[in-house]
Design a binder for this molecule. Structure first.
Ligand SMILES: [Fe+2]
Length: 185
C-alpha cells in the first residue's frame, strides 16, 4: 500500500482494515452531508452543493498529510474527484500567493505550492485562501479530475493531502463519510 501511495498519492481499499500509516492520527469524525448553515466548514458554506477543488486544512500552518476516508452510508451513487497537478499547474501554483484568512480574521500570505525534499505541498481552498498573485480560482476550478473515486459502503480511501486536491459533486443528504486526519512529515 505504501508503494501505491507513493506512486499515485492515493489508495482505494474495499476491506475492513484501516491501513497503517505512520504519524499522529486524529480522531475519526463522521462527515454527514447536509444543508448549508453558518458553521465554519465546507458543508456550512456549500451545503449539499458541489465543493470546489481544495486541500484540507489549507489555512493551517501544518495541514494534515493524509486523509483517511471510509464510506459509512451511501444512499445514492456519488463520487469524489482527485486532481494530481501536472508540472505546468505546479509551476503556476508555486507562483501563486494566497491571502489566507483564518476564522479569527487573521490574514497571512502563503504560497499555493512549495517544493520540499523532493515533493510538493499544495494548499488550496477558495473558502479561506484568496489568490492575489498568479492563478485565479477559475483557472484552478477549470482543471479536470485526474481520478474519480466512486463511493460504496465500506470503501476506504487514503489521500495524500499535500500532493492532491479533491472535490465532490452535489450530494444527496445523508451521505456519511468517516474522516480521519494523519499528520506526518
Ligand atoms: Fe476536503
Amino acid at each position: 500500500m505504501k508503494d501505491e501511495l507513493t506512486a499515485h498519492g492515493f489508495v482505494v481499499m474495499d476491506r475492513e482494515a484501516v491501513p497503517e500509516i505512520a504519524g499522529r492520527w486524529g480522531s475519526p469524525q463522521a462527515i454527514v452531508s447536509r444543508e448549508r448553515d453558518d458553521s465554519w466548514s465546507l458543508s456550512g458554506t456549500y451545503g449539499l452543493e458541489a465543493f470546489p477543488w481544495h486541500t484540507d486544512g489549507a489555512i493551517s500552518s501544518r495541514p494534515p498529510r493524509w486523509i483517511v476516508l471510509r464510506a459509512l452510508s451511501i444512499p445514492q451513487s456519488t463520487y469524489t474527484e482527485l486532481l494530481d497537478p501536472d508540472p505546468p499547474l505546479l509551476t503556476g501554483l508555486r507562483r501563486t500567493v494566497l491571502r489566507a484568512v483564518d476564522r479569527t480574521g487573521r490574514a497571512r500570505h502563503l504560497p499555493a505550492a512549495v517544493s520540499e525534499e523532493g515533493r510538493w505541498r499544495v494548499r488550496w481552498d477558495p473558502r479561506t485562501c484568496d489568490p492575489r498573485i498568479g492563478l485565479s480560482l477559475d483557472e484552478v476550478e477549470a482543471q479536470d479530475a485526474t481520478t474519480i473515486i466512486e463511493w460504496r459502503e465500506g470503501r476506504i480511501v487514503v489521500l495524500d493531502n499535500a500532493r492532491l486536491l479533491h472535490r465532490r459533486p452535489t450530494v444527496p443528504a445523508g451521505r456519511v463519510l468517516e474522516r480521519t486526519y494523519v499528520w506526518s512529515e
